[in-house]
Design a protein around this ligand. Structure first.
Ligand SMILES: NC(=O)c1ccc[n+]([C@@H]2O[C@H](COP(=O)([O-])OP(=O)(O)OC[C@H]3O[C@@H](n4cnc5c(N)ncnc54)[C@H](OP(=O)(O)O)[C@@H]3O)[C@@H](O)[C@H]2O)c1
Length: 271
């Protein structure tokens, strides 16, 4: 599709959660280049403002940076107060965090934030904006899954469960909303070089991707597929869960995760 087709199909505004860094920022850059207006959400307003200033002067688009903590119980009300009049044609449910530690040693506050940010926020955003898109008969929604969402993953149990939540939501809605003209995609990266590793104290593993590559694949696949995994090695890893007996798959994940150092990690644990 050329830029005009993107604007006609997914305009006026693309709303991106977690746009101050990493994959969300890469989405913002690529969608700005397509001429879509943007609503950028994150907690660090100064970062959003810098991105907004750079991209709006480069591409002559309207950008609204919104400082918002998506784990707040009333985040939808706060968001709608700021953007209610704007037409959202594309929703990117990108903001997410991880947690690495045996579950019973994990800080419950971190786990609560993880579930709210990774599962509840995309559900509420999608219900609201998905309904408006369906009424208009067009639009797009991308959910960030992960290759670990294809496996029950020991030591990141809550994170991998939150990612299968996103994959299943996207795939089910690809069917449900697809009938009403709304494109939905599950985008699953493997290790990608972002702030995620520092924030969540998780290793990116081998063969790390760039956020730009991941966002590019998402935009290329939207409207064509229900689900996509980034990187040939991640595709093979995801495929294992279809061919291996379930217990083997879980044991393999447990082995790999302990190799990538849950024992060294203390950030998400209560001592
Ligand atoms: N990086 C990887 O290896 C990898 C692999 C597979 C899947 N993913 C998925 O890809 C998505 C993006 O991850 P990333 O790697 O780009 O992470 P990142 O660099 O850590 O960026 C996360 C973004 O989410 C925002 N955010 C975090 N908590 C928030 C909150 N409570 N409210 C609002 N915004 C919040 C952050 O901004 P503020 O701090 O300013 O709020 C930031 O913009 C996530 O869903 C992640 O699970 C990542």
């Amino acid at each position: 599709m050329d830029n005009e087709q993107w604007q006609a199909k997914y305009g006026d505004y693309a709303l991106i959660t977690g746009a101050s860094a990493g994959i969300g920022l890469a989405f913002a850059q690529q969608l700005a280049a397509k001429g879509l207006n943007l609503i950028l959400i994150a907690r660090r307003y100064s970062k959003l403002q810098t991105v907004a200033n750079d991209l709006s002067s480069k591409y002559h688009i309207d950008i609204l940076p919104v400082e918002l903590d998506l784990t707040r119980h009333n985040f939808m009300d706060l968001l709608l107060q700021k953007i209610n009049h704007l037409k959202i044609g594309l929703l990117i449910n990108n903001a997410g965090r991880g947690s690495i530690a045996p579950l019973i040693q994990s800080d419950p506050t971190v786990l609560e934030q993880l579930v709210k940010l990774n599962c509840l926020a995309p559900t509420l955003l999608t219900t609201h904006f998905g309904r408006l898109m369906a009424e208009r008969g067009q639009g797009g929604i991308i959910f960030l899954g992960s290759v670990v969402g294809y496996h029950a993953s020991p030591y990141i149990a809550a994170y991998s469960a939150s990612k299968v939540f996103n994959i299943y939501m996207a795939e089910a809605l690809w069917y449900e909303l697809g009938k009403q003209g709304v494109d939905v995609l599950s985008l699953s990266p493997g290790g990608t070089e972002t702030e995620f590793q520092r924030v969540s104290n998780m290793s990116a593993g081998p063969l790390v991707a760039t956020p730009k590559e991941v966002a590019m694949l998402g935009l290329k696949s939207l409207g064509k597929k229900a689900s996509v995994v980034h990187g040939w090695h991640n595709k093979i890893w995801a495929f294992f869960n279809r061919v291996l007996p379930r217990q083997w798959d879980i044991r393999l994940s447990g082995y790999a995760l302990s190799k990538y150092g849950h024992e060294k990690s203390s950030a998400n644990k209560i001592e």
